[in-house]
Design a protein around this ligand. Structure first.
Ligand code: N01
Length: 541
């Protein structure tokens, strides 16, 4: 598809244009500004916050504890109080408004501006970006911070368009909300989004039907309310929490236990699992024995513990088997485990029904509900919690055209290629933050925004200080990076699940590891090493 840049609109010029106003984009904006670059940010939504702008469905909530789910700048955290350990979407929006005000960001931001197409003009050495707003943009560099979950995936459900009530994907939920009180609610999908909607609906809906395809290994959130005193105490501890992130696989303030799950005694293992379980959050995911991600037998110990804990909460043994099966559908933890609060208990309520799509798939959507191959369910509202064309979808949904005329979407249709998860060949002067082949989905978002973000900033400073104004990736280095990542992943259990980590949740998408799978510290080392060799793999001019 050709980029139509003929229709002349007003053009805004800047040195660096950032696309997307989530944690990564906002970080780039204030840091690059501090470094003296002329920078502007465009965002499709009506506010800052990225996913926290779009995901306003009932129950949408962070699944990383607030201590590290924020920027680490003292001038930001010292003036901000959190009300909960795992804040909801509305508090996250308030946080972004606070950051905006504190750092005076808005003057360099264009909201309600979606970049639809972009092409690098070789003669001018500039990117030309076409948007859906009154302005187009030109910039020497672009940094795409589209997020890993900005392209919702809605499966092909025959009849969906004829449903007479509201039917929305969770990430496209109406900003004004939908009242579930007394209504019949259907939730399709049981990932993080689906269970959060289901938990809320279970409290007020007359009927709730949860359509589950694959059982998901949710962990107890361990939500806590925070008082003023809690916040004062928290602030005294925050520098240590932030400091710990760079040494943690997932950019958290804790990391894997180096012991093997199989080398410790059964008693020690049970005690360790119990302690991690009680701690809540992702402790039982990112704080467990590291070899559960490489060794099936080790992994099985974690699954069996999870199964035992989960089944205790479900009264009906048949439902317990569907929700927490005797045999795992895939190894524990290789598909992202979400945090739940009272999800399993909802199935002990009379107003909640679980439909196992493995036994009765959805046949079609009717004007008044959903019909499986066995039954019909009358519904007033359908929540489509069916996930995202994750990690690559945000980038490939922009019509980015390479210097060889090949769109990024086409280039990556046979597998993603990047160098260091930072840039891709034939897209000169384009950098990516929180994109594919970087820690991204394996990493806490704000940690990635800052640590990977600094790699990007260092590279731009290198260009400036060396007097260069153009870089591109050498194609052989992106092959090398791709093979390196695939090789690391092949030694883990991650390829064994059909997860969005593997691109396997989208029909037709290449199944490949989409993230750098060796953890944030190793990633930063690899980038540092390339940088120390004059940015090996990049060519500058
Ligand atoms: O999406 P998902 P999500 N018919 O892809 C099912 C983050 N997040 O929006 O497993 C029926 O996890 C699919 O079934 P299956 C977090 O990183 C964070 O929930 O493929 N069902 C699955 O159950 C998370 O991992 C928070 O068999 C279909 C579900 O839809 C990521 O976003 C909150 C189907 C999709 O689950 C994505 O989470 C929310 C079909 N045709 C999200 N197609 C926080 O708390 C798909 N499904 C911060």
């Amino acid at each position: 598809m050709a980029v139509n840049l003929q229709e002349k609109k007003s053009i805004k010029n800047c040195e660096i244009l950032i696309v997307g106003a989530g944690f990564s984009g906002v970080y780039q904006l204030f840091r690059l500004r501090e470094e003296g670059f002329d920078v502007h940010l465009v965002e499709a939504g009506a506010g800052l916050g990225g996913i926290w702008h779009w995901n306003c469905y009932p129950g949408a909530r962070v699944d990383t504890h607030c201590q590290i789910y924020q920027f680490s700048r003292k001038d930001l955290w010292e003036g901000w109080n959190w009300s909960e350990r795992f804040p909801g979407w509305s508090e996250m929006r308030d946080y972004f408004d606070y950051v905006d005000e504190k750092l005076d960001l808005s003057k360099d931001v264009s909201l309600n501006t979606r970049v639809e197409a972009a092409k690098f003009n070789e003669a001018q050495g500039r990117w030309i970006l076409e948007t859906d707003s009154e302005f187009d943009f030109e910039a020497t560099y672009i940094i795409v911070c589209a997020g890993f979950a900005s392209k919702p995936y809605i499966p092909n459900l025959p009849g969906l368009e004829d449903f007479s009530g509201p039917a929305h994907h969770t990430a496209l939920w109406p900003q004004e909300g939908i009242d579930f009180t007394g209504k019949k609610i259907g939730v399709v999908g049981t990932g993080a989004s689906g269970i959060q909607v289901a938990q809320e609906a279970s409290k007020v809906a007359s009927e709730l039907v949860v359509f589950q395809r694959t059982p998901n290994m949710f962990l107890p959130m361990g939500q806590e309310q925070y008082s003023e005193e809690d916040n004062i105490k928290m602030k005294s501890e925050l520098p240590a929490h932030f400091e710990a992130r760079k040494d943690s696989f997932g950019g958290f303030d804790f990391t894997f236990d180096p012991k093997s799950a199989l080398e410790v005694s059964e008693t020690e293992r049970e005690e360790t699992y119990e302690k991690l379980w009680e701690a809540g959050g992702f402790k039982f995911w990112l704080g467990v024995y590291g070899d559960i991600y490489t060794d099936e037998a080790a992994n099985r110990t974690a699954y069996d513990f999870w199964k035992k804990k989960t089944r205790e909460r479900i009264n009906n043994p048949k439902l317990a088997e569907v929700l927490a099966p005797s045999e795992p559908p895939h190894p524990y933890g290789v598909k992202r485990p979400s945090l739940e609060q009272w999800f399993f208990e909802i199935f002990n309520q009379d107003n909640v029904e679980l439909v196992n799509l493995r036994e009765e798939r959805i046949d079609r959507v009717l004007p008044h509900g959903i019909k499986t191959i066995k039954r019909e369910f009358n519904l007033d509202v359908i929540a489509l919690a069916t996930g995202f064309d994750a990690v690559t979808g945000g980038l490939t949904s922009i019509n980015l055209i390479g210097t060889d005329g090949v769109p990024l979407k086409e280039k990556w249709s046979k597998g993603v290629r990047t160098h260091l998860g930072l840039a891709t060949a034939n897209f000169p002067n384009m950098l990516m933050s929180y994109g594919p082949q970087a820690p991204t989905g394996f990493c806490n978002g704000p940690s990635s925004a800052e640590y990977q973000g600094e790699c990007i900033i260092d590279m731009l400073k290198h260009l400036r200080s060396s007097g260069f104004s153009k870089f591109d990736v050498m194609p052989e280095y992106e092959e090398k990076w791709r093979n390196h990542i695939i090789d690391i992943a092949s030694k883990t259990l991650f390829p064994k699940a059909n997860s969005w980590y593997m691109g396997a949740n989208i029909p037709g998408k290449t199944k490949e590891i989409l993230m750098y799978p060796a953890g944030l510290p190793s990633y930063l080392e690899e980038v540092k090493e390339a940088a120390s060799k004059n940015y090996e793999g990049f060519k500058f001019s």
